[in-house]
Design a protein around this ligand. Structure first.
Ligand SMILES: [Zn+2]
Length: 484
């Protein structure tokens, strides 16, 4: 089956970067793009008329918790002060040593299905799925990844410690260390990668995930990186998203987290550091004595930047431009609800200008590059995040002739600063149409939304049993306005 897309503006890849191709044509056959240019004379089986549309590569999200985000829905504008503005520590710790986290009450299947469907609706075609909430169900995640039709990087994660809170300690966070469990989880991850890497026509890719740098011992991190290198896959971990990660590492090891990672051989082009906010040079760390960015850049390490999650908590990395200037590979994650890459790019660009005190910082092109080419580089690939002959047919088409977009001078600036997910009409991944004319092809959207709602309701209903305080969700996290 050969499909031709014509008549619109195509963001096409040429000579090492994106180019704007007006009234161009894009042709794909099966899962591959076979031609991009000004005309095509070969035979085609079907045509998509893209007049008035913008045709872009599917977005690559290098960090996402694929679920309905029951926990983070509770805490926006709210949450405890003793975790230095971190959000997830309000709901992911276990209730008591043997308890479960608040979000574990959600119905995982409905929650995860909601997350995958939302990613498609928002034009993401490749996603690094970093578990759902703080619990992992590899079989379920694998089945739902297959069902989604998306390109998914996933393996069950490993951790050296679990946080818990209880009444006896007035809810203060207590880590319980168990490195042996972490090593067992790594073995499970290796078996998963060996069994699943390349499944579903290559759409499922394995990798090695350590839940959090600060909840892992150095030997566990070393083993994880060794396994990733041996398997030829990515290694990713939450890294310096919380301020105290930086200070605890300095106190324990006498060096910054980045220094420690470098000293232990844990940096490199296959290393995706989710967030990487609190490093030397960030004003909150009060540490100006080492050049973390230089080390990240020199080693080819990747940052998964997901600004919406931390802008909601009142912080951000400082700053996007400095990371780029040090040759750090910048990619974009959608992290939490609503998995909206357009929103991530816009928020990130605005924050970069504010933090850089410079209107030339955070350009639309640099954020679009991060959300496409940067993500491809993060996974060591040259066949995604771009529209060119030989690349995968991962294609997104937006309505670009409407009141929201209005007159267009520069399509990338219009995309980053004006576009909303509702303009996304067609999403193609691996040559298969996952959304057509704004309708998801593989899901009954209404039932997916209802499933997500049920999952949140379960969390709210079971909140008093799941939370150390025994209080209701409404008491812990009051809603914006009182009921009528
Ligand atoms: Zn995360």
């Amino acid at each position: 089956m050969i499909t031709l897309i014509s008549g619109g503006t195509i963001i096409a890849y040429k000579d090492g970067g994106h180019r704007v191709l007006k009234d161009g044509v894009l042709v794909f056959e099966g899962d591959r793009i076979i031609h991009v240019g000004t005309a095509y004379d070969g035979k085609v089986d079907q045509t998509i008329n893209a007049a008035g549309k913008l045709v872009i590569p599917g977005f690559v999200s290098t960090h996402a918790h694929v679920n309905a985000h029951e926990g983070s829905r509770l805490i926006t504008d709210l949450g405890r002060r003793d975790v230095m503005r971190s959000g997830f520590l309000n709901y992911t710790p276990n209730n008591g040593i043997d308890g479960r986290p608040v979000v574990a009450a959600a119905s995982a299947e409905h929650s995860i299905r909601f997350g995958f469907a939302q990613l498609i609706r928002n034009g993401v075609t490749t996603v690094l799925s970093f578990g759902a909430g703080s619990r992992d169900d590899p079989k379920l995640m694998t089945d739902l990844a297959d069902e989604s039709g998306l390109r998914v990087y996933y393996a069950p994660q490993a951790t050296g410690a679990e946080n818990y809170f209880d009444k006896d300690h007035q809810g203060r966070l207590q880590p319980i260390w168990n490195e042996a469990v972490g090593f067992e989880q790594l073995e499970r991850a290796v078996r998963y990668v060996e069994d699943h890497h390349g499944k579903f026509d290559g759409r499922l890719q394995g990798l090695i995930l350590v839940r959090n740098f600060i909840l892992a011992t150095v030997p566990l991190m070393r083993r994880a990186k060794e396994y990733a290198d041996r398997l030829g896959v990515q290694f990713s971990t939450h890294f310096c998203e919380q301020l105290f990660e930086f200070h605890e590492t300095v106190r324990t090891h006498g060096m910054t987290p980045v220094d420690l990672m470098e000293a232990e051989g844990l940096l490199g082009p296959n290393v995706i550091l989710a967030h990487c906010v609190y490093i030397a040079g960030h004003s909150s760390t009060t540490w100006e004595y080492s050049n973390d960015l230089e080390k990240l850049g020199r080693t080819g390490s990747v940052v998964a930047h997901a600004p919406v999650a931390y802008l909601r908590r009142g912080y951000n990395l400082e700053g996007f431009e400095r990371y780029l200037a040090h040759n750090v590979t910048m990619s974009m994650g959608t992290d939490v609800m609503p998995h909206d890459m357009l929103g991530e790019m816009r928020s990130g660009a605005l924050a970069a200008k504010l933090i850089g005190k410079n209107h030339e910082a955070g350009t639309s092109a640099s954020f679009f590059d991060a959300a496409t080419l940067g993500g491809a580089k993060a996974f060591g690939r040259t066949d995604i995040g771009r529209l060119s002959a030989g690349a995968k047919a991962d294609i997104v088409i937006l309505d670009f002739d409407n009141m929201q977009i209005g007159p267009v001078y520069d399509p990338i600036r219009s995309l980053v600063h004006l576009a909303t997910p509702h303009l996304i009409e067609t999403v193609i991944c691996d040559g298969k149409t996952l959304m057509s004319d704004g309708v998801l092809t593989g899901y009954d959207e209404r039932s997916v939304v209802e499933g997500g709602k049920r999952s949140l309701q379960q969390v709210v209903d079971q909140f008093p049993e799941r939370h150390w305080s025994g209080k209701s969700a409404a008491e812990c996290f009051p809603v914006s306005y009182a009921a009528w």
